[in-house]
Design a binder for this molecule. Structure first.
Ligand SMILES: *[C@@H]1O[C@H](CO)[C@@H](O)[C@H](O)[C@H]1NC(C)=O
Ligand SMILES: *[C@@H]1O[C@H](CO)[C@@H](O)[C@H](O)[C@H]1NC(C)=O
Ligand SMILES: *[C@@H]1O[C@H](CO)[C@@H](O)[C@H](O)[C@H]1NC(C)=O
Ligand SMILES: *[C@@H]1O[C@H](CO)[C@@H](O)[C@H](O)[C@H]1NC(C)=O
Length: 407
């Protein structure tokens, strides 16, 4: 019975919250188009907005649940996500609120492409092809540096002005899915961030996909064919907000296949489809994002984007794409995996620990026999299974008592 509820986490718990704050059913139906700010304003939750511009001109909105002088934690969404994923279950369950209640200064990132807070650029608009030329590489090479520099500089200044203290210039990082890839790119390209990140907790990280993803090859081919078709039609965004809802209404079976494979157990349940109907919770990204993931899946190595031999030669001075140099990454890292995750499989996540990085301080299994990729955001058990564990790990880490556990 509980299984059935897991996938509707956002709606069921969301509904309870909404009733508690006095909303009508009609307004509850509207929540499908709710954004992060709709939630914060409806809950009257104290927050700040920060505009950050990346080195290549993307204007990203950061949301903050401020707590002056407390340790800053930055939450970074993954593939197909946005900051909404960290608060859509409301104040009693979602990580952003929980961290704030536990005395952290909480920051929510919106990386380029995510709707609606990652869609501005100083020159481009989001209907131009150039806007969509990015993958996790640009998230790590441009977006994260701008965001982390902003947080570090501001919290340092606040501490000096208002609290009369100098504090360490560090943030705690928590990232879902592809955010881990962006973190690796960040630290590989700009080693100074090793000093700025106190601890990285990666949920369902996607850095090692070789032979691991649990889709059959035909489905991967079908996805890539779809990407090609969109490219040809000059639609560079894959699944704009609302598109998944339309697709699910039209092609229910296909939608059920992906829902079952990405966000839950093998249970067939119409309500599984709910999460796809939230416009800003699950949306698409760029074609290049999917292609870059496909390349690391195929190559078995954590490589930069493969442009093809001619462009590679101009960009990398090498016919082939090059491997990111991960040898200098020293940020302490804890990785979390779900037993039934179809993309960040247990084997794939163990591969990151065993073969890629030296600074992994733990690999943790979510204590449930069925836990999939998007359950990290929408499972109705996310508080006890994930959030409490993340906070406990941070507190042990500060006390110098983080146990070394590989599960
Ligand atoms: C919202 O919060 C502010 C400041 O905390 C408070 O003054 C105000 O009364 C609250 N409004 C509602 C509708 O709860
Ligand atoms: C941030 O950007 C948004 C949209 O681009 C704009 O409406 C808002 O005024 C900006 N806020 C600040 C503080 O610059
Ligand atoms: C700040 O701290 C310094 C040294 O601890 C002290 O001398 C100074 O008076 C403090 N200033 C304020 C405004 O509290
Ligand atoms: C990676 O970087 C380290 C330190 O800068 C260097 O010693 C090493 O040779 C590099 N490895 C590769 C494969 O480039």
């Amino acid at each position: 019975m509980c299984e059935l509820d897991r996938f509707t986490g956002c709606s069921i718990i969301g509904a309870a919250v909404l009733i508690a704050i006095g909303l009508s059913w009609a307004e509850m139906e509207d929540r499908k188009s709710w954004t992060t700010l709709d939630w914060l304003q409806r809950l009257n939750y104290s927050h700040e907005l920060h505009n950050v511009t990346s080195g290549d001109g993307y204007q990203l909105q950061l949301q903050r649940l401020p707590r002056l002088g407390a340790r800053p934690v930055l939450l970074v969404h993954g593939l197909m996500g946005s900051s909404l994923g960290w608060l859509c279950l409301g104040p009693t369950k979602s990580l952003a609120f929980q961290l704030h209640q536990r005395n952290y200064d909480v920051w929510l990132a919106n990386l380029r492409g995510s709707s609606p807070y990652g869609r501005q650029h100083v020159e481009l608009t989001d209907v131009m092809a150039d806007f969509w030329r990015y993958s996790f590489h640009e998230h790590g090479a441009y977006d994260l540096p701008a965001i982390i520099d902003h947080i570090v500089a501001l919290t340092q200044r606040e501490a000096a002005e208002q609290l009369n203290e100098t504090r360490a210039h560090q943030v705690l990082l928590i990232g879902h899915s592809q955010a881990f890839n962006a973190f690796l790119v960040l630290c590989a390209l700009q080693p100074r961030f090793n000093q700025h990140i106190q601890l990285m907790q990666g949920l369902a990280p996607l850095a090692r996909l070789h032979r691991q993803v649990r889709f059959d090859a035909a489905h991967v081919r079908a996805i890539m064919k779809f990407v090609k078709k969109r490219d040809k039609a000059k639609k560079f965004e894959i699944f704009p907000p609302g598109e998944l809802r339309k697709l699910c209404n039209k092609k229910r079976e296909l939608c059920e296949y992906y829902t079952k494979n990405l966000a839950g157990s093998a249970q067939s349940n119409k309500k599984l489809l709910e999460i796809f109907s939230y416009e800003h919770l699950l949306q698409g990204g760029s074609a290049r994002e999917l292609r870059h993931l496909q390349q690391i899946w195929k190559s078995g190595d954590f490589i930069s984007y493969d442009y093809g031999p001619i462009e590679n030669m101009q960009i990398y001075h090498s016919v082939e794409a090059i491997s990111y140099n991960l040898s200098e990454i020293s940020v302490p890292i804890i990785l979390y995996f779900g037993e039934t995750d179809a993309i960040a499989t247990p084997e794939g996540v163990h591969g990151i620990y065993a073969r890629m990085l030296n600074s992994v301080r733990g690999v943790r299994r979510i204590a449930s026999s069925k836990f999939n990729h998007f359950d990290f955001l929408v499972s109705s058990d996310v508080k006890t299974l994930v959030n409490d564990k993340l906070i406990e790990a941070m507190e042990k880490f500060f006390a110098g008592k983080l146990p070394y556990i590989i599960e």
